[in-house]
Design a protein around this ligand. Structure first.
Ligand SMILES: Cc1cc2nc3c(=O)[nH]c(=O)nc-3n(C[C@H](O)[C@H](O)[C@H](O)COP(=O)(O)OP(=O)(O)OC[C@H]3O[C@@H](n4cnc5c(N)ncnc54)[C@H](O)[C@@H]3O)c2cc1C
Length: 421
């Protein structure tokens, strides 16, 4: 208990799931909880829209300083790196101080491990951070200049094993195709796609595969599935099946691992915290929740991160209010993939399979909720989400809550009824 006699909840991480959980906890509990958020960054970054940086967007426009919205909601903000959780003493060690908790939400996200594929870190441009996206900008401009001068260029996109969020790289290749066409340079560029996946955007099921296949065919992108990259050498990628693919520019989204390992807590081989699937409680420690990319749900995605943050907050709120928690994690993913000339929407009810080669699949009993559609109008849907989320977080409000979300949800439902099937 805090000095004021209310329970202490500590949130680690100021990304999608951490902020969602913190803001929702405040909304549900008011002053009946003492809230602290520890983040090693002073800003929240709206990562989904970093895809626009290589094409000119200013990265600063995607940053939301954390101090003001947290202060507004009376959430103590500690800018520090949390390096240890002691689940027995119920204490977090962060830089120069320790923070006791009654409830802990670990929302520290993921990081990249390009070094798992020899040569990837040396020869590939990557897309995980705004800085990496900024480095792609001159690379795309050099590509355009060479293509306009009539020099044939080969751009290879690679999804290696253990990447847990391939969608943004699919966005990048389609956007690059549209951008090159707009500049009249596509004729001099070969676009090649290789992925370790058995189907395109495997996690989102057969309809996404069919949609991407159609897009690749129409855009004359050479696409390969089951291409497991083993190493990169200067100017070529080498695969387990013996294939070698040459390139002038290589763009990749490297393998994932947990951003911070917490040795006191149960984790898989990549450091992702092992949780109860429904409640997001860390195995063996019911007062600790792992949400978003930090947890062991096989697909790492902002929309799923929000849902998990909500579950943790709702369950803690119930416990504090003396009620039995009822809310559970229903993994229905939603995304809008930018292509510049149009966008693809997907709503995908998922279930975990336990199979390493197919860790999630579309839930057979929820096929009616599995919707995919491609249209120019979905670009407006993406833009709407891009305005709605920063507006909510700047004000210190959760994404998935209240009248504004019900309005957004209704809009998306109407759009998906008309523009997806
Ligand atoms: C280019 C790109 C495009 C994407 N597009 C989409 C999209 O269109 N739709 C979608 O749903 N998802 C998308 N994603 C995925 C989405 O961004 C992530 O799934 C989401 O950010 C996960 O949220 P999170 O809260 O778990 O982690 P994060 O948002 O990564 O936040 C974690 C936070 O914790 C902090 N932290 C880490 N370790 C510590 C520590 N030890 N102490 C204190 N703080 C710590 C980090 O600095 C960070 O601020 C995209 C990702 C990328 C890279």
């Amino acid at each position: 208990m805090s000095a004021t006699g209310v329970p202490r909840a500590v949130v680690l991480g100021g990304g999608f799931s951490g902020l969602e959980a913190a803001f929702l906890l405040r909304q549900r509990l008011g002053d009946k909880v003492d809230l602290t958020l520890i983040s090693d960054q002073e800003e929240f970054i709206f990562k989904p829209n970093t895809i626009y940086i290589p094409f000119g967007l200013d990265p600063r426009s995607l940053a939301i300083p954390l101090a003001l919205p947290l202060k507004r909601k009376k959430i103590q903000f500690v800018q520090a790196h949390a390096h240890e959780v002691d689940p027995v003493a119920k204490r977090v060690e962060a830089d120069h101080a320790a923070y006791p908790y009654d409830y802990l939400i670990v929302a520290t996200g993921a990081t990249m491990r390009p070094e798992e594929i020899p040569g990837l870190g040396t020869y590939a441009k990557t897309i995980f951070t705004p800085t990496a996206m900024l480095e792609l900008r001159p690379a795309f401009h050099d590509l355009l200049t060479a293509a306009v001068e009539g020099k044939r260029q080969r751009v290879l996109f690679v999804v290696p094993p253990n990447n847990k969020c391939s969608g943004p790289l699919y966005e990048m290749i389609m956007m690059l195709d549209s951008w090159l066409r707009k500049h009249g340079a596509r004729g001099h560029v070969d676009l090649i796609w290789t992925t370790y996946e058995h189907s395109f955007i495997q996690a989102f099921g057969p309809r996404l595969h069919t949609t991407v296949l159609g897009e690749f065919t129409q855009r004359k992108i050479e696409g390969h599935t089951d291409f497991v990259v083993e190493k990169i050498e200067q100017g070529k990628a080498i695969y387990r099946n013996g294939e070698e693919v040459p390139f002038d520019l290589l763009v990749s989204f490297p393998p994932y691992a947990a951003a911070t390992a917490f040795p006191g807590l149960p984790a898989d081989e990549r450091g992702f915290l092992q949780t109860d699937q429904d409640t997001r409680q860390v195995r063996g420690f019911p007062e600790i929740y792992a949400v978003g990319d930090a947890g062991d749900f096989p697909v790492k995605q902002a929309f799923l991160a929000f849902l998990q943050g909500d579950v943790a907050a709702e369950r803690i709120a119930s416990l504090v209010q003396g009620r039995i928690p009822e809310v559970t994690f229903d993994p229905v993913s939603m995304c809008v993939m930018e292509e510049f000339n149009r966008a693809t929407f997907a709503q995908v009810p998922l279930r975990v399979t336990g199979r390493p080669d197919l860790p999630v699949e579309v839930r057979p009993e929820a096929m009616g909720d599995y919707r995919v559609g491609t249209s120019r109008a979905w670009r407006a849907g993406k833009a709407m989400l891009g305005m709605y989320l920063p507006w909510r977080f700047r004000a210190g409000n959760p994404f998935h809550s209240g009248l504004p979300w019900r309005g957004m949800e209704l809009g998306l439902k109407v759009m998906s009824t008309v523009l997806a099937s």
